[in-house]
Write a protein that binds this ligand. Structure first.
Ligand code: ZN
Length: 242
């Protein structure tokens, strides 16, 4: 069965900002979903202004990997939906958080920290260096990905130390940033990937989309062990009384 991906997008900038609208006329989610469909995934979009933000129970239960892009309306996301997404991640649904999703309710809840960072919009060059070349998320990428123009995000990024660090970004203005981070939460896998400001054509870049497709494969793979929790009154082996 194909991995089922739901691409969630706030979808506000692309309807109000002329520059974003020109780059993503049908929304960022449409571009990402189409690219992932071309890579062989079963994709659908979901947006903030749909009932239940497009994330009703059936959709979430039939999602192997959820991709999250949000920026200006994080506070409008219903806490009950955040709770359901959180529960699904702990049960094994993969989650890929993009760019300004660092401040989303779901990412902050999973991290437990402020997720604050420094930023600047100055049309500067970003170079994302692969710092974990054996990681499947970096498959097919060279030493680095270079983006001619991006928004800068700089350290310190207030996140827990990543379980795995895949990319570190350098920016023309001098800052660096942990831009590709993985986390294990419950049975689920989480990947944070930095690039993707709405006024740059970042999600039209082949290597950026290759990383996202690799990440879908990585965090959508069926989980490993199925642990049991709770009281186990009967031991597996007879306990010898001493
Ligand atoms: Zn941005």
């Amino acid at each position: 069965m194909k991995t089922r991906v739901t691409v969630w997008n706030e979808y506000r900038h692309e309807r109000t900002n002329e520059k974003a609208k020109a780059i993503y006329p049908e929304g960022i989610h449409a571009v990402i979903a189409r690219s992932l469909a071309d890579s062989g995934y079963d994709t659908k979009g979901a947006t903030l202004d749909e009932p239940q933000h497009g994330l009703d129970e059936q959709t979430l239960n039939n999602t192997d990997v959820l991709i999250w892009w949000g920026h200006m309306a994080h506070d409008e996301v219903d806490d009950r939906i955040v709770e359901k997404v959180h529960e699904r991640v702990l049960q094994g649904m993969g989650l890929i958080v993009l760019h300004s999703g660092h401040y989303s309710k779901i990412f902050k809840k999973l991290m437990g920290t402020s997720c604050a960072l420094k930023w600047r919009e100055a049309d500067e060059k970003e170079r994302l260096w692969v710092v974990n070349p054996a990681h499947p998320i970096a498959a097919g990428i060279g030493e680095y990905i270079e983006l001619e123009q991006e928004e800068m995000y700089g350290e310190h990024f207030d996140i827990p130390t990543p379980d795995e660090l895949v990319f570190v970004s350098w920016f023309e203005g001098g800052e660096v940033f942990r831009s590709g981070c993985t986390y294990f939460r419950g049975q689920g896998k989480v990947f944070y990937f930095r690039p993707g400001h709405e006024t740059y054509p970042t999600y039209h870049h082949a290597d950026v989309m290759r990383v996202i497709a690799n990440a879908v494969q990585w965090c959508g793979a069926a989980g490993g062990a199925k642990p049991n929790y709770g009281h186990i009154p009967v031991p597996m082996e007879a306990i010898v009384s001493r």
